[in-house]
Design a protein around this ligand. Sequence first.
Ligand code: SAH
Ligand code: SF4
Ligand code: F3S
Length: 453
Amino acid sequence: MKQQNNNLKSLDTLFIKTYGCQMNEYDSSRMADMMKQAYGLRLVGRAEDADVILMNTCSVREKAEEKVYSELGRYKLLKDKRPDMIIGVGGCVGQQEGERIQKRAPCVDIVFGPQTYHRLPEMVKQIRRRRVKLTETDMPEIEKFDHLPKAESHGFSGFVTIMEGCDKFCTFCVVPYTRGPELSRPVNDILDECRQLLTNGVIEISLLGQNVNGYRGEGPDGEEWDFTMLLYAVAELEGLKRLRFTTSHPMEMTDELCVAFGEIPQLMPYLHLPVQSGSDVLLKAMHRGHDRDAYYRRIDLLRQHCPEIALSSDFIVGYPGESDADFEATLELVRHVRYDSAFCFKYSPRPGTPAAKSEDSVPEAVKDERLQRLLSLMRQQTGEAMARQVGRRLDVLVEKESRTAGDMQGRTPDFKIVHFKGRPRQIGQIMPVRITEAYGQSLRGELILGGDR
Ligand code: SAH
Ligand code: SF4
Ligand code: F3S
């Protein structure tokens, strides 16, 4: 159904710019599906070629938010030339800033939040009828999943959002305010979406949520299911080769979930378990709900059941009041746990969060220095984790061609990137590869003879 109007150019093309976490990546692909169904819009790779531009934004750190406004400056120039163009800002900045976005950037027609994007087709219709500015940021209930078209398949790897929002209210974080309360989708809805992906040829599924292990959804038996029960059910689906999830919270890392890593063959040996700090004082101040030893106990149990598991985490340096001793405790935790990778951030005060009420007391230069020290320790650990792979035979899910001609790129079960000489027709297959070399952030290998060459 194409939207036609005498004095308006028909809408043909859509460009989506996505920032932030995988939840946003998922939401963007659902927006594309929906706009295709409603208006026949085709995705294009450049804003210049689009009749509708949507930004799916992130407000977790100030930098992420600033990027939105600088990008909008560029889109304004496009719209000056083509006033029929529609510009929408969604995601977490949309939710938090609402109409303030249109005040600062009047070229924006539509503002919406992570829980209201299913109303996009209707909003576009209204804009086309009468050029008004629209803001839709209420979060009455989780209704969007009931209004979205069936997910289209995107290759061999798929994402499924199993829960929305966050109830943890860590003192530094905007997510509970932008994404709303924790709400879980019913088990059957999730299984249906997974089956759909598998029927379309997907072999790897990642379950998404801000705290997937806070999942509490209605099971087919009418009882409340937790995340581990859901995992076992998804793993049984026909055709699934690899199962992953992100993100999980240490506080809800149950014994059963740790055990599942040793029991479910499809569940890949990789876990992103953010800890933020190694100091008990800061963990408490941040309202993380656990101390350092409780985190260690989770890691020990995981390794007991899945010795080869690769661990990753998030860290914040320079949280208000962070002393030298607190920071040293973080380095100590990193040395103790030994990560395969991690994301390290400088604390960034976010409007409306409890931590933003305290003084941002750690000087920028100290934050910088701590970040560098942490990054350098992390680089060392990542390098060691890579070096340990040399000589191993690993199953690599081939993802795409590398930048180097003749090279393919894929992922090991524990999520490391491997380059090897191969063929594009291997994309989407799991191939045996012998690791020959380790680089800082990736591996090099050779296809093992007898595999498809
Ligand atoms: N739900 C996930 C993480 C969501 S945000 C969890 O709880 O683990 C991703 C990461 O951004 C966080 O783990 C944290 O390390 C970082 N982050 C969040 N708010 C931040 C802030 N105000 N300043 C700096 N980093 C922040
Ligand atoms: Fe933010 Fe904490 Fe919720 Fe993660 S658990 S999204 S860091 S409030
Ligand atoms: Fe960013 Fe929102 Fe995700 S703030 S990290 S896009 S939930």
